[in-house]
Design a protein around this ligand. Structure first.
Ligand code: BGC
Length: 775
């Protein structure tokens, strides 16, 4: 399972440690008060420079001579801790003093041992171990002046309890005292690698846009759903208490509701010390919320409060703007969903008792993620977790880091191996290659990709896959998860929409991954493997046509996902393509532009329609404001992307909270189509990393104009079109080292810089004005 050969870079950067992993003896175990460990040292003079290298089992926050070290949050981060644990390397020279110095390391339960997995399904406590601990070294002027060892002391903190899903409980009256010693733990320092993902950081804080009284409490509306925490200042008597509860979405009539957190408490409670203004923000947790409900018990007053979003990708790298305000908000909602879910690991959601690195969600969103933010390092790190979690039979986990791998439960089966989810090991490296030109990631993941293909072959009858319907059984698939069946508000005499069968969904993905790995093998110079896999892909394609395509060009289950995926990925033989496209148009028109796709079908829907030249229909589906449709949720006031198309009914009723997140980026994957389709900036396999682009804008007249900008690895890329009647003015800016080709492809009266042109236009760095007419 653990394959260190797959992580050469991270391993090579590991270093020799002389500090040991020490556990506070004050610690009472998971869910009990947090502890610190502290060590002291003296310096004759203050050196020009000092460095602190530090990591932990659990989460840590370090203070040198009472000052916080650095600004990174939730350190040391989250990995498959049995495979790798990140360490941080901080410059601390400015915090050192002549004479006595003291390093204090505060420790929280974090992902290491607080609850993982949803409550009703056997939550896992102590997932990676039941002891928290710290390892640290301070080096000054080339000499190690402090290291963790068994002479350190420990004691309890004001944090009475913390947990990722739990939130935090604090009693500020507790004065930390070093009452206990520490225990050196057996620990393999070879696990420690430099932090592979960008550090989690605070974004600019958001002030409340509205507030009101609710019973004895005050509800603050920060106007934006985020992953983060509330920072507040309170003044009052010692022993008074502030409780901050969180919610993503209120019910009708602003009724407080956070039932969708399920077993996650997601709250912060704080007991005052009572010696003047006290400002607090939790250290070892985060919440997914837009609203905070503050209840004060006793004599105290909250004098300031703000919402602090946090993220591993706080900087935006791409913008898309057009003449349709709801679309602009949809893009912003996707940006916020990425921020909130890119906290160390690309997760499904930041609020409920889940927050897991679901592989299916990550693979459908990876392309969009790269357009909206620099996602290179975090996704590369994620792939290392995915590989560490890969099963001996090649199955890729449903989510990674995977708590279930370490805690098998009889009867639960193995939560790995779903098509559309496990394909993350192929698709995410490919997206990183296309976007950043990173061929190393292909090499690093190649072995794991091949094992995944062997797994897929093993669950097929060579090559059609008929999935196992039992969750946990080998060969189980999520199919096209959450594909809508009945249209809400559907009339009694209207039949439910078709949905794709798991066999077709799984076999399509069998083809997608096999075909892609064949191309990757060729790129890596693995010719024999490339040939073998290309032949397998051909066999899957032929079998798919035999099983799922009728001679008249109808496909599989007659639903939108079947057509979208098979047409987009070239699974339809040439002879049937025109008929299939005609049927595709029909099934989309039958729903009057409403979406009939789930997690894996949705990202393919608009690219497939535009690939078939049905720009009118793509525009209609995209701009549909009813359920299911992207703009419905925007119209209903969403500020992030919802998990379900029907999370809130038109009358404001909230969907069953059993599974209803308001912050799931998966459906935001449509933004990739905005950059590559609408703005026409298609990345090319022939020139990855923006060495080459294919310019093929999809002009949707209802958008009026569209403009995309992106900080690519080569510099800023921009594309913009404006419509005047049927005439389009398309302006493109390319950075140094980037070449782009514009094919007239059915467009009329093409001009470049005002001069009439025929044939493909090859463009270099700089700004180009192209004109054409649409029919
Ligand atoms: C998660 C998803 C995931 C799905 C698959 C849900 O609970 O939130 O995003 O892909 O399960 O079953």
């Amino acid at each position: 399972m653990k394959d260190s050969a797959t992580q050469p870079q991270a391993r090579a950067d590991a270093r020799a440690w002389i500090g040991t992993m020490i556990a506070p003896l004050s610690d009472g175990g998971v869910g009990t008060p947090a502890s610190f460990v502290a060590g002291e040292f003296t310096l004759d003079t203050v050196p020009a420079e000092g460095r602190l290298r530090i990591s932990a089992q659990g989460l840590y926050r370090a203070f040198l001579n009472g000052e916080r070290v650095g600004t990174d949050l939730l350190t040391p981060g989250w990995t498959c801790y049995d495979d790798r644990i990140a360490f941080q390397d901080h410059a601390v020279g400015h915090l050192l003093r002549p004479g006595a110095n003291r390093l204090e390391i505060w420790l929280g339960d974090g992902w290491w041992r607080s609850q993982m997995m949803w409550g009703h399904e056997r939550p896992i406590l102590n997932c990676w171990g039941d002891r928290i601990g710290a390892i640290a070294e301070i080096e000054a002027a080339g000499e190690v002046v402090l290291r963790t060892d068994d002479t350190w002391r420990s004691g309890l903190l004001p944090i009475r309890r913390s947990g990722i899903y739990y939130g935090e409980s604090v009693d500020a009256r507790v004065d930390p005292q070093a009452t206990h010693g520490v225990e050196a733990l057996p620990f393999d320092t070879g696990l420690l690698v430099p932090h592979e993902a960008p550090a989690v950081r605070e974004l600019p804080a958001l002030a409340a846009v509205d507030r009101w009284e609710d019973g004895g409490a005050t509800v603050h509306d920060f106007g934006q759903n985020v992953g983060g925490f509330v920072r507040f200042t309170v003044e009052g008597e010692a022993g008074a208490q502030v409780l901050v509860e969180h919610s993503e979405q209120l019910g009708p009539n602003r009724q407080w509701d956070n039932a969708n957190y399920r077993s996650a408490r997601g709250a912060v409670d704080y007991v005052l010390k009572g010696d003047g203004p006290e400002t607090y923000a939790p250290m070892f947790t985060f919440m997914g919320y837009r609203y905070a409900k503050v209840t004060v018990t006793g004599n105290a007053r909250v004098t300031a409060i703000e919402s602090v979003p946090i993220s591993s990708v706080p900087e935006q790298a791409g913008t898309f703007e057009c003449g349709h305000p709801l679309v602009n908000r949809l893009v912003l909602n996707t940006v916020w969903s990425q921020r909130a879910n890119f906290i160390e690991v690309p997760t499904d959601c930041p609020q409920r008792d889940e927050r897991l690195g679901w592989t299916g969600d990550a693979q459908v969103f990876a392309g969009t993620a790269c357009w909206l933010a620099d996602s290179h390092a975090i996704l590369r790190k994620y792939l290392r977790d995915v590989m560490a979690d890969q099963r001996p039979d090649g199955g890729i986990p449903h989510f990674s880091p995977d708590p279930t791998r370490l805690h098998p439960v009889p009867g639960r089966g193995d939560w790995a191996g779903s098509t559309g989810w496990g394909d993350a090991i192929v698709i995410i490296p490919w997206q990183l290659y296309l976007h950043y030109g990173d061929a190393d990631v292909l090499r690093e993941c190649f072995g794991a990709m091949r094992k995944w293909l062997d797994y897929l072959w093993s669950i097929s009858d060579g090559p059609v896959i008929t999935p196992n319907p039992v969750w946990g059984g080998k060969g189980f698939t999520f199919g096209d998860w959450l594909q809508p069946q009945a249209q809400p508000g559907q009339k009694d005499n209207q039949k439910a929409a078709n949905t794709i069968g798991d066999d077709a969904a799984a076999t399509i993905y069998h083809f997608i991954s096999t075909d892609l790995v064949a191309r990757i093998a060729r790129l890596l110079g693995e010719e024999a493997e490339a040939e073998r896999l290309a032949a397998c892909a051909g066999a899957i394609k032929a079998a798919f046509a035999r099983e799922f395509i009728t001679p008249a060009g109808r496909i599989a289950y007659g639903d939108q996902t079947s057509y979208a995926l098979s047409l987009l990925h070239d699974l339809v033989p040439e002879a049937h393509r025109e008929d299939a496209a005609r049927h595709f148009r029909r099934v989309v028109e039958e729903t009057d532009g409403r979406i009939g796709t789930g997690f894996i079908g949705t990202p393919a829907l608009l690219p497939a329609l535009t690939k078939c030249g049905m720009h009118d229909l793509a525009g209609k589906v995209f701009l549909n404001e009813r359920i299911p449709g992207w703009l419905y949720q925007v119209r209903m006031g969403a500020t992030t992307i919802w998990e379900r198309w029907d999370a809130i009914a038109p009358d404001g009723t909230l969907f069953n909270p059993g599974m209803n997140s308001y912050n799931h980026y998966a459906y935001g994957a449509v933004c990739q189509w905005l950059f590559e389709g609408v703005a026409g900036l298609r990345r090319s396999e022939d020139g990855p990393g923006f060495a080459r682009l294919e310019l093929d804008p999809v002009v949707i007249p209802a958008l009026g104009h569209a403009a995309a900008r992106h900080q690519s690895p080569r510099g800023e890329v921009a594309a913009e079109w404006r419509l005047d009647g049927r005439r389009v003015a398309y302006r493109v800016t390319l950075p140094e080292g980037c070449e782009a080709v514009f094919e007239p492809r059915g467009r009329g009266q093409v001009t470049l810089g005002g001069v009439a042109r025929t044939g493909p236009l090859t463009l270099g760095p700089g700004t180009h004005e192209i004109g054409f007419t649409i029919s």
